[in-house]
Ligand binder design. Structure first.
Ligand code: PGA
Length: 250
């Protein structure tokens, strides 16, 4: 249980169609009734649903974000792609960048840095994902990897950049396995120190992502340095998502 303000970012990945919109009615109702000042819930559906979500959530306490964008900030001949300008135009306020599933698809730290810049140009709030793979963890490279991702990904950004960092160990995503609390606390402190030393940011939020569910949320909430969660699988089910938020405060 906590009284701290928390972010809950619902990452729907490549799931959902127009019928799924009905499933969020319960969450909208819940968020209106619940003390909305204590948390911010952001739905990040696939591109195809961004407009429908932002229309539906317009008068609600919930916000909308995208899951990725093309590096180019201006319109251009990039078949099959969508840029930050288009995402902003569809009513999104947030964007997830650097997710490990996109890093695995070829997004380098340099590409992610360019994407972040194009998203910030559109005044989107960036949820910047970092995290080590199991291979790297086993070789005790976690700190090295996280440090590199932060330094290269956030290179050159201004003091007041709208960045939220999401620590997502790749081995926790979709596996049901989460880090031990001491391990997570240690890594969050390390991230905090690296960001302070290598960027101009004074204040920033740090989220945790990877197999967050209504069973492990209470234990995760004991980590006071966390500002919220990036939730994949569990966020597609309204009841599970509501449970996660409720168990954070009760
Ligand atoms: P998960 O996904 O909650 O299903 O592990 C988290 C994410 O990939 O952002």
């Amino acid at each position: 249980m906590t009284n701290k303000f928390r972010y809950f970012i619902a990452n729907w990945k490549m799931y959902g169609d127009l019928n799924s919109l009905k499933s969020i009615n319960k969450v909208i109702k819940f968020a209106k009734l619940y003390n909305k000042k204590r948390f911010r819930l952001v739905y990040c559906p696939p591109y195809t649903l961004l407009h429908a979500f932002s229309t539906k959530l317009k008068k609600s306490p919930l916000s909308v974000g995208a899951q990725n964008c093309h590096v180019e900030s201006e319109y251009g001949a990039f078949t099959g792609n969508i840029n930050a300008k288009m995402i902003k135009n569809l009513g999104s306020k947030f964007i997830i960048l650097g997710h490990s599933e996109n890093r695995a698809n070829g997004d380098t730290d340099e590409v992610i840095n360019k994407k972040i810049n194009s998203a910030l140009k559109q005044k989107l709030i960036v949820i910047f994902c970092i995290g080590e793979t199991l291979f790297q963890k086993k070789r005790k490279q976690t700190n090295k990897i996280i440090k590199k991702q932060i330094i290269k990904g956030l290179k050159g950004l201004k003091k007041n950049s709208r960045i939220i960092i999401a620590y997502e160990p790749v081995w926790s995503i979709g596996t049901g396995i989460i880090p031990k609390n001491y391990e997570l606390d240690r890594n969050i402190k390390f991230i905090n120190a690296v960001v302070k030393k290598n960027t101009k940011f004074k204040k920033f939020k740090i989220l945790y992502g990877g197999s967050v569910n209504s069973k492990n949320i209470q234990s995760l909430n004991t980590i006071n340095s966390l500002d919220g969660y990036l939730i994949g699988g569990a966020s597609q089910n309204a009841k599970k998502l509501i449970d996660i938020v409720k168990k954070t405060y009760n």
